[in-house]
Write a protein that binds this ligand. Structure first.
Ligand code: NAD
Length: 454
């Protein structure tokens, strides 16, 4: 690990990554590598999750290719030095801000979207001119193996290298000094990463999780809202960091919601028989999810096929905030529904809990929408939609509080992996002498005036 990091630091110090053409070239090389290995990459993720090529494109590589294309086309603009106004105190001078790469970056990925969550931060890091050590999650073994093979055979390890492994290898990596650590995963491991980074004062971005609520109001368009909600919840079998975790629903519309949601689940292609249903990542998680299902509260679904690691999309009703399913992030295909009499009782319940990564509001009432947006703090979200905010790269993506710190995607990703160096460039043809001794009342008066004070 140490020698790999030393090699990367030497490569960074050679200034090659400062050249924008070099960065664009490496991003294009990454894209063509992924395209030429598409079939093998698809097969690997199918072995790990049963993920079809359709979904592998729509929620893994499609987003990765968009990121690469956007970075290549906007990089010159993002990396440009930016002039800002100079204040009178510094006259005559120019002031500007130069984005510069941080150096050697460590990216630690999560398992649930193993390509996208590893490659999207790597693209941002490369676009910003850093070198990258990527540690994908070890849980989807086939995808981790093929990522390492494809990247490590094509890229100079001094610039971009995949290190495979689990806790032991990540712990060893975290002992070392990096210039940036970007972590995606659970809040608990986020804490470990943050502590390790503190030793070296390394800046950190933490993309964590939490329980993201979906709130329906009386006036919501239920038909459209439920269609979108159900898709978002059961995408990747609920193993999505920004999946709607639970639903808050006006009591008066409970039956209507449950019937429509059940019908939507049946109508959507969640039929396990067609082979397109995503498996739970491992037996440990299957067992954890099994224990969260209270059979007395199952409205529909609930069937579990242990050998195949499949849990049928499951709707739970009559749920309260005290139930086991409300004590942790679900991260699986179970949707609990909690009913309320008034929104005024719901808002304090959400505020009592940790700030979620996402929140989804299903409402047609603009004053309720604005009230909820004003009162609730969360990473990001959507109105009358769920999950899809992640696909707009103009929206910085990240959490707040326990759901994360920092953000990325599009220009936000470039900023996350950059330092903004501030420069005051002074002219030499004039000097007011105001700041030098001997001091006088007259000089002070001028200084106050130049500072915009009376
Ligand atoms: P995890 O925290 O278990 O693992 C993430 C990474 O950390 C893996 O690469 C793993 O090898 C490493 N790791 C695990 N234990 C470690 C330890 N003790 N010391 C050092 N490294 C360790 O998370 P996960 O199970 O892969 O992912 C699920 C969680 O991630 C959920 O909470 C989910 O919400 C969150 N998540 C967040 C985002 C986001 O973008 N905000 C995206 C995906 C997942």
């Amino acid at each position: 690990m140490k020698s790999l990091i030393d090699q990367q630091r030497a490569f960074f110090n050679s200034n090659q990554t400062k050249d924008l053409k070099f960065r664009i070239g490496q991003l294009q090389k990454l894209k063509s590598l992924l395209l030429s290995n598409q079939n093998r990459l698809n097969e690997a993720i199918y072995k790990d999750f049963g993920k079809s090529p359709f979904e592998t494109f729509t929620n893994e590589f499609g987003l990765v290719f968009l990121d690469i294309d956007e970075a290549c086309s906007k990089l010159r603009k993002w990396a440009k030095r930016k002039r800002v106004r100079t204040n009178w105190v510094n006259f005559p001078a120019k002031s500007y801000i130069i984005p510069e790469p941080l150096g050697v970056s460590l990216i630690i990925g999560a398992w649930n979207y193993p390509y996208q969550l590893s490659l999207a931060p790597a693209i941002a890091a490369i676009a910003a001119g850093n070198t990258v050590i990527l540690k994908p999650s070890e849980l989807p073994l086939n995808t981790s193996n093929i990522l390492a093979e494809v990247i490590n055979t094509a890229f100079d390890p001094a610039f971009f290298h995949v290190v495979e492994g689990g806790i032991e290898e990540t712990t060893a990596l975290l002992e070392e000094r990096f210039d940036k650590i970007f972590f995606t995963g659970s809040t608990n491991v986020g804490r470990i990463v943050y502590q390790a980074a503190a030793k070296h004062l390394t800046p950190v971005t933490l993309e964590l999780g939490g329980k993201s609520p979906a709130i329906f109001t009386e006036d919501a368009n239920f038909k459209m809202g439920i269609k979108r909600l159900i898709w978002a919840k059961f995408l990747n079998s609920g193993q999505t960091c920004i999946a709607p975790d639970y639903v808050l629903l006006p009591k008066s519309r409970k039956n209507e919601f449950l019937e429509l949601a059940k019908a939507e689940i049946e109508q959507a292609s969640y039929s396990i028989e067609n082979g397109n249903y995503i498996r739970i990542i491992n037996d440990k998680n299957l067992e954890r999810l099994k224990n969260l299902i209270d059979p007395d509260k199952v409205y529909s679904g609930g069937e579990i096929r242990e050998g195949q690691r499949i849990i049928q999309p499951t709707l739970m009703h009559n749920v309260t905030f005290n139930d086991a399913i409300m004590q942790e992030e679900i991260f699986g295909p179970i949707l609990p529904v909690i009913t309320y009499d008034s929104l005024d009782e719901v808002i304090p319940e959400i505020k009592k809990r940790e700030k979620p990564l996402s929140c989804y509001l299903f409402t047609t009432n603009s004053s309720i929408r604005d009230k909820l947006l004003h009162e609730l703090s969360f990473g990001g979200g959507a109105i009358n939609e769920a999950v899809m905010h992640i696909s707009n790269s103009r929206l910085p993506f990240g959490g707040v509080g326990q759901s994360g710190t920092g953000s990325y995607h599009g220009e936000a990703g470039f900023r996350t992996f950059s330092h903004y160096k501030s420069i005051l460039q002074k002219a030499t043809w004039f000097e007011t002498n105001l700041k030098y001794s001997p001091y006088s009342e007259g000089k002070l008066k001028w200084i106050r005036r130049l500072m915009g004070m009376k």
